[in-house]
Write a protein that binds this ligand. Structure first.
Ligand SMILES: [Zn+2]
Ligand SMILES: [Zn+2]
Length: 343
């Protein structure tokens, strides 16, 4: 089935973390993390409208330069989201280059930067090529709870987890939507048209059944118009379909607080991308490095009741045996490891 968005890891499990989420119908994409982006061709970078950065370790942020270089002169705007000090970090990246001619580039390119504080407040600044990327005020940004970005068809939520520094875990969520049954519509002697949007909105808003909807459509014989109630029309609509929800979780310690934050963010996700850096036999080392073991990742996937789990961010020490990491995640997620040694 063709879905509204398609998430794909930017690199293989040993490469830098990053999740590219493509919205086919809208010819655009969003990206989680800015590590090594060399696997993404320019056309894929140009499609990006929003980028969410978990934290500023190099393997998650060093690709900023690469992105900027590709889109400059080809794109008008991009919005970046990050945690504490993010505006300043973007500013420092931009300060590293000489911009004496960039104000003449067409089109103007604006980087709109949104920074989330650990207290939940937001700040915002813009950097325009016309102003040689000097920091400018461009209005405020107030996140609504953990919702960082919201559009008609999807939202992105984020919550901090502890990685010895605050690191953002993300959820991308398609909103509930309705399917139209063309055969039932035909049987009613009606055809699709913009009126379906009004009907869908009425159903989602629990409008009274006798609410009148003006059904208008065009075909070879010209324009048609009919009036029907919401109750008469709703059989033409298949059930409300719950939107797909995806989690992107990387760089964190295994602590009770982190697991709790992730359950709040991700309970019941359909698909979870989660770091699985070390094998559980190296758990002490994982703790020192502020990362998860594969078993801990699988246990988190189980705790958030993920429908499926994709591990990534493998340590190079397992280059010869990635299957061991994947198997450990799957077994903890499915519960098969519960009889093993206690966590
Ligand atoms: Zn990392
Ligand atoms: Zn990190």
């Amino acid at each position: 089935m063709r879905t509204f968005f398609e998430p794909r890891l930017v690199n293989d499990a040993f490469g830098d973390p990053g999740l590219y989420v493509d919205f086919h119908d809208e010819r655009r994409a969003v990206l989680f993390d800015l590590g090594d982006l060399s696997a993404l061709p320019p056309r894929k970078l140009i499609r990006l409208t929003h980028v969410f950065v978990s934290h500023a370790h190099m393997d998650h942020f060093a690709g900023f330069d690469n992105l900027l270089r590709v889109v400059l002169g080809r794109k008008e705007r991009i919005t970046l989201f990050g945690g504490p000090d993010f505006i300043e970090r973007v500013e420092h990246k931009l300060l590293a280059y000489a911009w004496n001619v960039v104000h003449r580039y067409e089109p103007e390119f604006v980087i709109d930067v949104r920074e989330l504080s650990t207290g939940g407040g937001g700040s915002r600044a813009c950097f325009s090529s016309k102003a040689k990327f000097a920091r400018e005020a461009c209005g405020s940004w107030e996140p609504a709870g953990d919702v960082l970005h919201e559009e008609a068809r999807f939202r992105v939520r984020g919550r901090f987890v502890d990685h010895e520094l605050p690191c953002l875990a993300f959820a991308i969520e398609e909103k509930a939507h309705m399917m139209v049954a063309r055969d039932r519509l035909d049987a009613m002697g009606l055809a699709t048209g913009p009126w379906l949007r009004e009907l869908k909105e009425a159903i989602l808003a629990n409008a009274p059944g006798d609410r009148a909807i003006t059904v208008r459509w065009r075909d070879r014989e010209g324009a048609h118009e009919a009036t029907r109630s919401v109750d008469e029309l709703s059989p033409a609509i298949l059930d409300v379909v719950a939107g797909r929800r995806i989690g992107y979780v990387t760089d964190l310690r295994y602590t009770e607080d982190n697991v709790r934050a992730l359950v709040q963010l991700l309970d019941g996700v359909d698909l979870l991308f989660i770091e699985s850096v070390f094998l559980d036999e190296d758990r002490d080392h994982a703790e020192r490095k502020n990362h998860l073991t594969a078993r801990q990742a699988g246990e988190i996937a189980r705790a958030v009741r993920a429908g499926a789990v994709v591990p990534f961010h493998f340590s190079p020490r397992y280059q010869q045996r990635p299957a061991a990491l994947a198997a450990e995640v799957q077994s903890a997620w499915s519960g098969a490891a519960l009889s093993g040694r206690p966590p």
